[in-house]
Design a protein around this ligand. Structure first.
Ligand code: HEC
Ligand code: HEC
Ligand code: HEC
Ligand code: HEC
Ligand code: HEC
Length: 240
């Protein structure tokens, strides 16, 4: 049995009890796995109910992340969009919506879009599987990060190039603290303070280049100083 056990176990501590019935080797694996802090591992990539592609929408079509993840600048959660958000472009028969008719015609019978439209018609939500998830005892506010100038790229990787979302960072305590101790590695100029124009945290391709450049540490340090950015390291900041 592999160590990659079904994800639903994470939500069900009782699964450990159920596992007592399995071979003892698996029980050890299960216990080890369950208590390992980052059980939502790097590379975690569940199959989703609809084949939605970030590579197509955020990458090729260039739709800004905030069009769908609307709360990311204001609240703790980024939120995943409801079907109505998709429907502003993928409307049904007889309506053309945002898409031009030829494009719509070409995709009309795409099974994923058929599923999407019938979900919309019936009012059923699409049950996307959650990928990035911290334990309940950790506090992680998206808005504070995004507004400080930390790009989605630093924590979610090159999602604009992925057909299927996968977790690219460990999301462990050590990972959080590494950046909190040295935020200059990750800060981009969201306000245009360095006189080189504003950088959008959602422009992942541009951010990737900037963070890779030789000047990043110096620029990041300047930004941290100007904006008095001091990420917390005390336990109470991240733990309830
Ligand atoms: C057209 C809508 C749309 C746009 C634009 C979009 N996303 Fe998403 N995003 C979704 C949907 C739907 C999901 C849930 C399904 C999935 O995981 O693919 C999702 C999932 C995610 C997740 C994983 C959530 C989890 O469960 O952990 C991350 C991270 C994410 N998006 C980041 C981004 C970033 C960064 C951008 C911009 C580069 C972006 N998204 C642009 C619709 C969108
Ligand atoms: C701003 C407009 C817009 C929004 C919002 C949008 N899409 Fe799309 N989507 C498009 C366009 C345009 C295409 C066709 C692209 C092409 O053929 O090159 C497309 C294609 C698709 C396809 C077919 C891809 C294929 O070729 O198989 C799926 C599935 C899809 N979208 C799902 C979604 C889902 C799910 C959402 C909501 C989370 C969503 N879309 C939101 C514009 C949008
Ligand atoms: C400093 C790291 C960091 C940055 C920057 C960041 N995220 Fe996240 N993101 C996370 C973590 C950690 C989680 C898991 C949060 C949890 O479980 O409470 C997450 C979860 C998500 C989710 C899952 C659903 C939800 O509501 O939380 C989406 C969608 C998402 N992020 C999108 C984005 C987008 C879009 C951006 C950029 C505008 C972004 N994130 C920037 C670390 C980050
Ligand atoms: C890539 C860098 C980076 C990573 C990774 C990161 N942070 Fe942060 N964090 C920051 C920055 C920058 C700030 C903003 C500090 C400021 O505005 O003074 C911040 C602020 C915070 C704050 C304070 C928010 C507030 O309202 O003042 C909390 C809580 C926090 N982070 C939790 C986390 C947790 C939990 C993780 C890991 C899951 C994490 N961070 C990962 C860079 C990061
Ligand atoms: C920047 C945010 C941050 C700060 C500050 C922080 N933690 Fe954590 N801590 C986390 C995250 C995120 C996790 C969850 C790790 C995971 O799931 O992999 C965690 C997990 C834990 C765990 C349980 C997981 C394990 O390793 O067994 C303990 C205990 C803990 N932290 C204690 C502390 C103490 C004590 C402090 C202060 C010295 C502290 N933390 C400061 C983010 C933080």
């Amino acid at each position: 049995m592999s160590l990659i056990l079904p994800r639903w176990m994470n939500a069900l501590p009782g699964a450990l009890a159920a596992m007592a019935g399995l071979a003892s080797g698996s029980v050890v694996a299960g216990v080890w796995y369950y208590f390992t802090p980052s059980y939502w591992e790097v590379g975690y990539r569940p199959d989703q109910p609809v084949d939605y592609s970030h590579q197509l929408h955020a990458g090729k079509l260039g739709i800004d992340c905030r069009y769908c993840h609307v709360a990311v600048e204001e609240s703790y959660s980024a939120t995943v969009p409801d079907v109505a958000t998709c429907m502003s472009c993928h409307t049904g028969e007889g309506e053309t919506g945002f898409l031009n008719f030829d494009l719509w015609q070409a995709h009309k019978n795409n099974p994923n879009l058929v599923a999407l439209r019938s979900a919309f018609a019936s009012g059923e939500p699409v049950r996307w599987k959650r990928i990035h998830k911290l334990p309940d005892y950790v506090r992680f506010p998206h808005a504070a990060h995004v507004n400080a100038g930390v790009s989605c790229y630093s924590c979610h990787g090159n999602i604009n190039e992925l057909k299927v979302v996968a977790q690219t960072e460990p999301l462990s305590m050590g990972w959080c603290l590494e950046c909190h101790r040295q935020p200059e590695k990750a800060l981009v100029d969201v306000d245009g303070l360095l006189g080189e124009g504003k950088v959008r945290v959602t422009d992942l391709a541009r951010v990737a280049k900037l963070l890779d450049s030789k000047e990043q540490m110096a620029k990041g340090a300047q930004l941290a100083e100007k904006r008095q950015i001091e990420p917390p390291e005390n336990c109470g900041a991240c733990h309830y």
